[in-house]
Design a protein around this ligand. Structure first.
Ligand code: FMN
Ligand code: SF4
Length: 778
């Protein structure tokens, strides 16, 4: 044991390092304790976004207080991801990120008074005019009431039938100006139709955009706000549960998701047989107020995200989870409380409440739609008799067969009956127009081509979701409809008796009327019925359904429409509904390439000046090199002069002159020659008076000239034999002299007449085969 003197000696020797070490340890302990204390304090702040029942704390000031403080200017940033799990339970949604509370976007709506301009856009859809009329009036009223506001631009009216949804509903339109920037406010006024209309595509587009994992969760959040109004009819749909204004409700729901819940004014609904005018006026005044508020820098106010009402936003997210069910592509954006997904069944909900008496009361949010059981979907008719589509198509001369097929006699059939000329298919392939039936088993299609004058009246969709009629019934219906129309020609002056008699036996079928024939699920059975009656089949498809195309059995001649040479141009001209339209398109070309060895394949190019001609010859040549079709038909677009085509941006200026079509054909053939394809292509025939030229593979060039025609009997015999055969096996006799390139393509045995039926004397028809040579036609 050391004695006291020794201890004293040690102390004097080591006291300095001992004291220093003690001070250091003390300081370290203090620092650690202080740091821990700070974290615990932060953790008492509840998480944002509370979808579930509001706890007493929260109601009494817990969570709103936090917002309240911050609204007063405390520039607080809360790292929500640091919340302990127990807090997360109280507010089931777990969000990562920060809340910038000082400049909450809802308070100022993202509108900078110094440089922003507010552009109201009113989107509408209307079949019978009610909505259009109301929307036009609202635009005029809005303009008058906001004229004085220097930063509000005149409102614009946009028809959902004619706009490209991608331009407005994937992101707001782009604006560029150094000094000013345009911010958009969306108004949507739509009716509801429980039949297929353009509204189904619009809603589908919104839904798809929301579920598209490549697109931001709220791609329209840059909008200043939005509001929807619906027109419906309570006579047929008395309550919302029975479908009153159901499509407006759906539009409102998707817009809430896409904008990050920027519903600036509640969804309005009006009964066309009752209060529609009054409700619409009310809604109009409401949105006017909102626009005025935003433009004065007062923002969107309470009830929208960030303004303090978190209930609405989370309810919509829960519904989102339900919407995603079965959608394998949809990525859950936030973790959602599982229990909430079961809200659909109220009985179960009642039971669960009884089982757990301590459970908190359920919040009821009247702004959302997720709490009722979804009705079992009823498979609808594509074109029901009561629909405006039916009325429009029958007015245009179609006979609607069953619920999704149509037949019509074309102008060439009538012309041929009177000996006034057949269509280009007669010149190129020997099809007599008066023996031809034009039909489709699917009036619906998946494009909204700018040159399609039926756009707006024919139903459109990406998948078949309608009732399916049996092929036998369609066959019986369309042939009966065709014969009935032929019979009606009996008394028409000029109809030739022998042709009339011949016409009572259909020999050819053009599956190309309107819509997309291979959309019909039993297309193979349908063409088998045609072939069994020795009726040839020319089937045109729009290159958007590769699986159906691959599964298609041989037809006499298989077409794909090639409306553009590149993705961007195709998007503009065909306005496809499929997002992966280009991949679908190129897959179809590959399928056609394989099919060229077993049947005649054709690329049909429709030239539209200003859309798909300029500088595109090389691109088209690449597509031909990829698909190697037997034939390439090049045709100038036909202008129908309707308001519909004008609305789609088409005028007479877009119709190419025949000389321009010929020049394009020359350029295309030269581009093909540069690709050294084997066998090469050449210009075979023309039909000058319908502005059409035929480029053919030299597989159809024999020592005695082009053989573009078809031996139809041989085709049916090949089919019946059941063994493999090639297009060369049913090649017809030489193409007639008068149809060859440079000779015009009009059968001299027919009579040429002008529009009024007066015989045309020898006159000039520009023909191909030498740069606009002029032919004397008798
Ligand atoms: C075929 C058809 C189906 C309809 N379906 C519904 C419906 O499901 N729910 C509804 O509220 N109104 C429905 N309506 C009523 C229309 O939405 C209402 O007449 C509306 O005003 C039409 O607007 P528009 O003429 O501007 O296109 C339907 C009307 C028709 C002709
Ligand atoms: S594919 Fe035919 S029917 Fe369909 S939109 Fe285009 S032109 Fe019209």
């Amino acid at each position: 044991m050391p004695d006291a003197a020794e201890l004293l000696y040690l102390w004097h020797t080591y006291r300095l390092p001992v004291l220093l070490a003690a001070v250091a340890v003390f300081a370290l302990v203090r620092l650690t304790l202080r740091a821990r204390g700070k974290r615990e304090k932060t953790a008492t702040i509840p998480p944002p976004g509370s979808p579930g029942p509001l706890s007493k704390d929260v109601k009494d000031g817990g969570w709103p207080d936090v917002l309240g403080d911050s609204r007063e200017g405390k520039d607080e940033v809360v790292s929500v991801s640091e919340q302990p799990p127990t807090r997360a339970k109280a507010g089931p949604k777990r969000v990562t990120g920060v809340i910038r509370t000082k400049t909450s976007p809802s308070r100022d709506a993202g509108f900078d008074l110094t440089r922003d301009e507010l552009q109201p856009l009113l989107f509408f859809s209307s079949l019978s005019g009610t909505t259009e009329k109301a929307a036009s009036k609202l635009v005029a009223d809005l303009q008058a009431s906001t004229e004085a506001a220097p930063n509000v631009l005149p409102p614009k009216l946009l028809d959902l039938a004619y706009i490209d949804y991608d331009d407005y509903f994937i992101a707001p339109p782009k604006t560029s100006s150094e000094k000013r920037s345009i911010k958009y406010f969306y108004l949507i006024a739509i009716p509801t139709y429980n039949i297929d209309t353009v509204l189904d595509n619009f809603l589908e587009h919104l839904r798809e955009t929301h579920h598209d994992f490549r697109i931001d969760t709220a791609p329209l959040s840059a909008l200043l706000g939005y509001s929807v109004f619906g027109f419906g009819n309570k006579e047929g749909w008395p309550t919302e549960a029975e479908g009153f204004c159901s499509q407006a409700k759906e539009a409102d729901k998707w817009m809430a998701k896409l904008t990050g819940r920027k519903r600036a004014f509640p969804l309005g609904m009006g009964d066309v047989n009752g209060d529609a005018a009054e409700r619409f006026d009310e809604w109009g005044m409401g949105v006017e107020d909102v626009i005025r508020d935003i433009s004065a820098g007062r923002g969107l106010g309470e009830g929208v995200p960030g303004s303090g009402d978190a209930v609405e936003s989370d309810e919509e997210d829960v519904e989102d989870a339900q919407d995603s069910e079965g959608d394998t592509q949809a990525q859950p954006k936030v973790q959602r409380p599982k229990k909430r997904a079961d809200l659909g069944d109220l009985e179960d909900l009642g039971r669960s409440v009884q089982k757990d008496p301590s459970s908190a009361p359920i919040t009821i949010d009247f702004t959302t739609y997720s709490s009722s059981k979804k009705p079992t979907p009823v498979v609808k008719e594509m074109v029901p008799k009561s629909s405006p589509t039916y009325t429009a198509l029958t007015k245009q001369g179609y006979t609607i067969v069953g619920s999704h097929s149509g037949v019509k006699i074309c102008r060439w059939t009538k012309s041929a009956l009177r000996g006034r000329g057949s269509c280009y298919k007669y010149s190129f392939y020997g099809i007599k127009s008066h023996l031809c039936m034009e039909t489709t088993p699917s009036l619906s299609c998946s494009n909204k081509c700018v040159f399609c004058w039926r756009h707006g009246t024919n139903p459109v969709g990406t998948t078949w979701r309608w009732q399916v009629d049996p092929p036998e019934a369609i066959y019986a219906g369309v042939t009966a409809g065709h014969y009935r129309k032929i019979k009606m020609m009996k008394g028409v002056p000029g109809v030739r008796a022998e042709r009339f008699a011949e016409a009572m036996r259909i020999r050819h079928c053009a599956l190309s009327l309107v819509g997309e024939p291979i959309f019909y699920p039993h297309i193979n059975e349908f063409t088998a019925l045609l072939h069994a009656d020795r009726i040839s089949s020319f089937l045109v498809c729009n290159a958007q359904h590769p699986d159906q195309l691959a599964a298609l059995k041989p037809v006499t001649q298989l077409y794909v429409s090639i409306d553009a040479s590149n993705k961007e141009s195709l998007r503009k001209i065909d306005r496809p509904l499929h997002r992966d339209f280009w991949e679908r398109f190129t897959r179809c070309l590959d399928i056609l390439r394989a099919k060229r060895l077993t049947q005649r394949t054709v690329f049909r190019l429709t030239l539209v000046k200003g859309f798909n001609i300029d500088d595109e010859a090389e691109g088209y040549a690449d597509l031909v090199a990829r698909g190697l079709p037997c034939f390439v038909e090049v045709k100038g677009v036909t202008y129908c002069g309707t308001s519909t085509s004008a609305a789609a941006g088409l005028t007479m200026q877009n119709v190419p002159f025949y000389g321009e079509v010929c020049a394009f054909v020359d350029a295309l053939v030269a581009a093909l020659a540069r690709r050294s394809l084997d066998p090469p292509y050449g210009i075979a025939a023309e039909h000058a008076h319908s502005c059409c030229v035929l480029i053919a593979s030299t597989r159809f060039l024999k020592p005695d000239g082009w053989h573009t025609t078809i031996d139809y009997d041989r085709f049916f015999d090949c089919l019946r034999a059941g063994t493999a055969f090639a297009p060369e096996d049913y090649m017809g006799p030489p193409t007639p002299e008068w149809a060859l390139w440079g000779n015009g393509g009009f059968d001299p045995r027919d009579e040429r007449v002008d529009r009024k039926g007066r015989p045309k004397g020898p006159q000039s028809v520009p023909v191909g085969g030498g740069g606009g040579r002029v032919l004397e036609v008798a």
